[in-house]
Design a protein around this ligand. Structure first.
Ligand code: FMN
Length: 365
C-alpha cells in the first residue's frame, strides 16, 4: 500500500488517504454576502469525487470585516452555515472528510479579488472598502494602514473564531484549521514585520505568540475533543528580522500543548520577499518542524507528482500533503496518483459512477 493511500487516524477521525485538498479562496460569493453557492459545491464536490481524503474549504471569514475580498465565503452567520451544511454532506457522501479553514484577513482585508481584467489591490473606502484591523498601524505594502486592535477588538475576534467553530461543528465538519499564515491577522501578530506593539502582545517571542495562542486555545475549547484541530502557519517570512522556522518550531511545540493536532506548513506573504519557489520548496520547513516536535505536519507547495508526494511521506518529511494548484488542473489527481503508485484497482476510490473510466481498464496506447 503506498503511504499516500494509507488512511490516517487523528483523534476519532479516520481520513481515507493523505492527499488533501489545500484551502483555496474562490472569491465567488458574487452577492458579497459570504454565502457559499453552486460554485463552491461543484468545486469542492468534484475534488471529493476525485478521491481527495480531506477537502479543506477556502479561508472562510469569521467576520465580515475579516474577509480578504468582498466575495469571500463566510461562517459568521447561521444562514451561511446552513448553505455550507449541504456542501459538507455532499463531500461526506463521496467518502471524503471536510474541514473549514477559519480566517481573519487583518490588515490584508478589503482588497479586490484581482480576477483577469478586474482591478487589483486595496479597495478604497469610497469604493466599498472598509477599515482593516491589525496588531499595529503598520500597513501592508501598498495597502491602507490598519487600526491597531484594542483589547475589545481582540475579544471580538476570539468570539468570532469560536462562534464559527461552533457552526462548523453543527454543520458536520470533521476538521477546523485556524489560518495563521500568509500575512493575515494571526500571522501579523507573530511577525515583528507587522507587529510593533508595546504591550504584552508585541516584542518578545512570548508576547507575539500570545494572541494567536489565545484564539487557538478558545477554538480548541469549543471544538469537540474527538475532532482534530489544525493550524496553518507561514514557517518563515523569508525576510531577515521576520518570523522564521526556529520560531515556528517553538510555536508548534506550544500549539501541540494546547491540543493542536497538525501543523500545515506554508510560508511567506507577510511582505514582498525573494522566495525560492522551486518544486517541493516548503517541504524542508515541514520536515524541520516535524523533527523538532512530535506533532503531525502537512507539507504543501509545488508538490505536483504522485511519486514526489509518496517520497515526501516515506522519507518522513511530513505526514500528509496538501495540493492546491495541481488540483485546480486535475480534480481527480488522487485517482491517477493511486493508479501510478500501484494501488490495487479495487482500492482506488473511484465513485461507482466513474468506475468504467478505471485506468487499468483503458489501454494506455
Ligand atoms: C487560487 C488559490 C487560492 C488560495 N487560497 C488560499 C486560502 O484560502 N488559504 C490558504 O491557506 N492558502 C491559500 N492558497 C495557497 C494554497 O493553499 C497553497 O498553499 C499554495 O498554492 C501552494 O501549493 P501549490 O503549489 O500546490 O499550489 C491559495 C492558492 C491558490 C492557487
Amino acid at each position: 500500500m503506498p503511504l499516500l493511500f494509507e488512511p490516517i487516524a487523528i483523534r476519532e477521525l479516520t481520513i481515507r488517504n493523505r492527499a488533501w485538498l489545500s484551502p483555496m479562496c474562490m472569491y465567488s460569493c458574487n452577492a458579497e454576502d459570504g454565502m457559499p453557492n453552486d460554485w463552491h459545491l461543484t468545486h469542492l464536490g468534484a475534488r471529493a469525487q476525485g478521491g481527495f481524503g480531506l477537502i479543506m474549504s477556502e479561508a472562510v471569514a469569521v467576520t465580515k470585516d475579516g474577509r480578504i475580498t468582498p466575495q469571500d465565503a463566510g461562517l459568521w452567520n447561521d444562514e451561511q452555515a446552513e448553505a455550507w451544511a449541504h456542501i459538507v454532506k455532499f463531500v461526506h457522501d463521496q467518502g471524503a472528510a471536510f474541514g473549514f479553514q477559519l480566517g481573519h484577513a487583518g490588515r490584508k482585508a478589503s482588497t479586490y479579488r484581482g480576477f483577469p481584467g478586474e482591478p487589483k489591490g486595496c479597495i478604497a473606502i469610497e469604493d466599498g472598502g472598509w477599515q482593516t484591523l491589525g496588531p499595529s498601524t503598520i500597513a501592508h505594502e501598498g495597502y491602507r494602514a490598519p487600526r491597531a486592535m484594542t483589547r475589545g477588538d481582540m475579544d471580538d475576534v476570539i468570539d468570532a473564531f469560536t462562534a464559527a467553530a461552533g457552526r462548523a461543528d453543527r454543520v458536520g465538519a470533521d476538521v477546523v484549521e485556524v489560518h495563521a499564515a500568509h500575512g493575515y491577522l494571526l500571522h501579523e501578530f507573530l511577525s515583528p514585520l507587522a507587529n510593533d506593539r508595546a504591550d504584552e502582545y508585541g516584542g518578545s517571542f512570548e508576547n507575539r505568540v500570545r494572541f494567536p495562542l489565545e484564539v487557538i486555545k478558545a477554538v480548541r475549547a469549543v471544538w469537540p475533543q474527538d475532532k482534530p484541530l489544525f493550524v496553518r502557519v507561514s514557517a518563515t517570512d523569508w525576510i531577515e528580522g521576520g518570523w522564521d522556522v526556529e520560531q515556528t518550531s517553538r510555536f508548534a511545540g506550544l500549539l501541540q500543548r494546547i491540543g493542536v493536532d497538525l501543523i500545515d506548513v506554508s510560508s511567506g506573504s507577510i511582505a514582498p520577499a525573494k522566495i525560492p519557489a522551486t518544486r517541493n520548496y516548503q517541504v524542508p520547513l515541514a520536515a524541520k518542524i516535524r523533527s523538532d516536535n512530535t506533532i503531525l505536519t502537512a507539507a504543501v507547495g509545488l508538490i505536483l507528482e504522485p511519486k514526489e508526494a509518496e517520497k515526501i511521506l516515506i522519507s518522513g518529511e511530513s505526514d500528509v500533503v496538501f495540493l492546491a494548484r495541481v488540483a485546480l488542473r486535475e480534480a481527480a489527481w488522487p485517482l491517477r496518483a493511486a493508479f501510478e503508485l500501484g494501488l490495487d484497482a479495487t482500492e482506488i476510490p473511484y465513485p461507482p459512477q466513474y468506475t468504467r473510466a478505471r485506468f487499468d481498464l483503458i489501454p494506455a496506447e
